[in-house]
Design a protein around this ligand. Structure first.
Ligand code: RIB
Ligand code: CA
Length: 310
């Protein structure tokens, strides 16, 4: 029985592949998409999510816009990696997928209420929308199967020396979600940096010969070029679909039960994710954290899912 999932995202090149993996994988049933300000402002992330589904021929999945900014901090964006419109590279078509008039919170609440079984939420941007839902609709927490989030790191950051971008943008939202008691899995840079878009991966996707794959190949061109310029990583790490793989193919991502705390007060360390893998602090474990990836199995799953789309 496919797992019903909601993708909350900030497209962003890698978010697009997360949407495609969720939409194309037989183990998942994508029931809703919500967007958040993150890589680029909300108007762009929302349009980009609609474009991603339109290009892939995905219909009947509502897309609603959520928070334009974090809970308490000003929005920080990442045009320096994703371009001004958030999907630098290909010429962007007009989306055929409509914008749902509900807010992200309303759409998530409706999807949770309508589902016969608990729904998983996969967040691949700043986790503001999920925090707002849990803060404003606490009675729905029991309808959430689990939350899987791409963000954080067991090691260093990518937006500051100690903070990964999604965590840095809204650490208060992350702290609220981790404390909520809903099963939470963090998929951090320590693992997503293994999901590298190598020349072999680019060939694997390009050889599919579909409209979706062709669009994805153009996204790869830009994403890899920018990762090379900014981080010296010509094989750009495709972060977000790894979070989807946790549910689509659990054997693909190794996770460990551990203690996760979020730095909120640090001047230089705000947004840092303190992952106590060795139990040094003696605190109660409160999260699952990804610690390994079967890289070939992961890319095989991405390619097979993209191949099922338009
Ligand atoms: O740090 C990587 C994360 O930040 C990814 O989700 C990327 O899309 C950006 O949102
Ligand atoms: Ca993202």
């Amino acid at each position: 029985m496919p797992i019903p999932v909601i993708i909350d995202c900030d497209p962003g090149h890698d978010d697009v592949f997360a949407l495609w993996l969720a939409a194309g994988h037989p183990a998942l049933d994508l029931v809703a998409v919500t967007t958040v300000g993150g890589n680029v402002p909300l108007e762009h992330t929302t349009r980009n999510a609609r474009i991603a589904l339109s290009v892939a021929g995905v219909t009947g999945v509502p897309v609603a816009a959520g928070a334009a900014r974090p809970l308490v901090r000003p929005l920080q964006t990442a045009e320096w990696i994703h371009g001004e419109n958030g999907l630098g590279g290909p010429e962007l078509p007009e989306p055929t997928v409509p914008l749902d008039p509900r807010s992200a919170t309303e759409l998530i609440a409706d999807a949770l209420t309508a589902s016969a079984e608990p729904v998983a939420i996969i967040a691949t941007g700043p986790i503001t929308n999920v925090a707002i839902l849990l803060r404003d609709r606490p009675e729905l927490a029991g309808r959430i199967r689990e939350i899987v989030w791409m963000g954080g790191s067991t090691e260093r950051g990518n937006a500051t020396p100690y903070a990964e971008f999604n965590a840095l943008v809204d650490p208060e939202a992350l702290d609220l979600v981790v404390r909520s008691g809903v099963r939470f899995t963090m998929v951090g840079l320590n693992v997503t940096h293994l999901a590298l878009v190598t020349s072999g991966v680019r060939e694997q996707i390009a050889s599919l010969g579909t409209a979706t794959a062709d669009f994805g190949a153009e996204l790869f061109d830009f994403f890899c070029r920018m990762n090379d310029e900014v981080f010296g990583m010509p094989d750009g790490p495709l972060h977000d679909p790894v979070a989807v793989a946790v549910l689509a193919d659990p054997g693909c991502v190794e996770v460990r039960r551990t203690r996760l705390d979020v730095e909120l007060l640090g001047i230089e360390t705000a947004g840092a994710t303190s992952v106590d893998l060795d139990g040094m602090l003696g605190r109660e474990p409160n999260a699952w954290v990804a610690v390994g990836l079967d890289v070939d199995r992961f890319w095989a799953g991405v390619a097979a899912s993209v191949a099922r789309l338009a």
